[in-house]
Design a protein around this ligand. Structure first.
Ligand code: DP6
Length: 361
């Protein structure tokens, strides 16, 4: 390695939104049209190493061991913004690995870009923190700033503030240790990506204005339910936000249907369980996988009930986890084992000194 080469590795977990983001108010700057609220899944991990090297002639992006020129454009755009901040012009090699299916509605772009900005920030010694780092993550993907934080996280629209959005942790992972069973019904990549799907929806769905208008009330209800640790109330608002988002997607022209038959079977099964008093609710992103969010004591039974459904090809289980953190290298003097990693909390980021919170995977 050249002496001017700098490198850092970061890990991040995907998050799933309970109050969904779908639509942009500024496409150019990728500013969401609605706020969102999510939980960070400690059991699924993206690990990303960024190496800036003066001898490179262009950026290289390697995902899951393969160079992926198709996806490089967004990574390069994100690196360019970070290089501008740091006043550095070196190209980089970015190597990223997911231990879960990529681009299938499991929020791999959220964890991917959260890990990328945290690793690049450390490798460049850029010293970006809190809202600045969250802005850069959001420019890359609107769900990514939420993966900078652990536990329960809200991304709020702040059009009158110094930043267009602010992301903050509402609760640490162990403050309400929900569990999630993910029923994978098709591990392949989705036909229409979120960015394209959102634009189509905004342009063609007659229901889009109502979707945007109703979001603030959904966020307030979800926030209040989390505050009270009121599972039933959180279940109601989360399922409603999910179904409303899919309704607005389906009402685009052409309609976006991310579900398959097994997705619908899983929804029915979760509803049956809940009607019998099992503390579980479903949520689904831009893909056919169903995430069943439950209280810890219900998790095993929920997993069994979903695993029996024909068309469910695998199940993943996760507890809540920490925010993105540096796990190796970097100019801000991080270490190499994950026990002393530094997850983001509140608005402290990247090279901050918050102690680690144990994940519950
Ligand atoms: C359905 O964050 O992937 O998962 O900003 O265009 O990259 P871009 O979109 P992305 O969209 C996520 C949409 C969602 C809902 C959510 O996570 O809030």
């Amino acid at each position: 390695m050249n002496s001017k080469t700098t490198q850092a590795t970061a890990v991040a977990h995907p998050n799933i939104a309970l109050v969904k983001y779908w639509g942009k108010c500024d496409v150019e700057r990728n500013i969401p049209a609605v706020g969102s609220l999510s939980i960070t899944l400690g059991g699924l991990t993206t690990t990303t190493t960024v190496r800036f090297d003066p001898e490179l002639e262009h950026d290289v992006f390697v995902l899951g061991g393969r160079e992926t020129p198709k996806k490089t454009e967004r990574v390069v755009a994100c690196l360019d913004r970070m290089r501008r901040h740091a006043g550095v012009s070196h190209y980089a090699v970015v190597e990223s690995d997911n231990d879960f299916p990529t681009a299938a509605g499991l929020a791999s772009s959220a964890s991917g870009f959260a890990a990328l900005v945290v690793a690049a920030n450390a490798a460049l010694g850029a010293g970006l923190e809190g809202s600045e780092l969250a802005d850069l993550a959001c420019r890359a993907s609107g769900s990514a700033p939420r993966s900078l934080f652990g536990g329960f996280v809200e991304l709020e629209l702040t059009p009158d503030g110094p930043h267009p959005t602010e992301t903050r942790q509402l609760l640490e992972p162990l403050a309400w240790p929900l569990r999630v069973q993910i029923a994978v019904t098709d591990p392949g990549p989705k036909a229409v990506g979120s960015t394209e799907g959102m634009l189509m929806t905004e342009l063609t769905s007659p229901y889009y204005p109502a979707w945007v208008e109703s979001s603030a009330a959904d966020l307030a209800d979800a926030r209040a339910a989390i505050d009270r640790r009121d599972f039933e109330a959180l279940a109601d608002i989360s399922e409603s936000s999910c179904l409303k988002m899919h309704a607005v997607m389906m009402s685009a022209r052409p309609g976006l249907v991310y579900w398959n038959g097994a997705t619908v079977e899983c929804i029915s099964r979760v509803r049956e369980l809940r009607a019998k008093g099992v503390p579980v609710f479903f949520t689904i992103d831009a893909g056919p996988q169903v995430k069943a969010v439950c209280l810890p004591e219900a998790s095993e039974g929920v997993g069994r009930a979903l695993g029996d459904i024909p068309g469910v090809t695998s199940l993943l289980e996760s507890g809540l986890g920490d925010g993105a953190r540096v796990v190796g290298g970097g100019r801000c003097g991080k270490r190499d084992d994950s026990t002393s990693s530094t997850p983001m909390r509140e608005n402290t980021a990247g090279c901050g000194a918050s102690p680690a919170v144990a994940g519950s995977w």
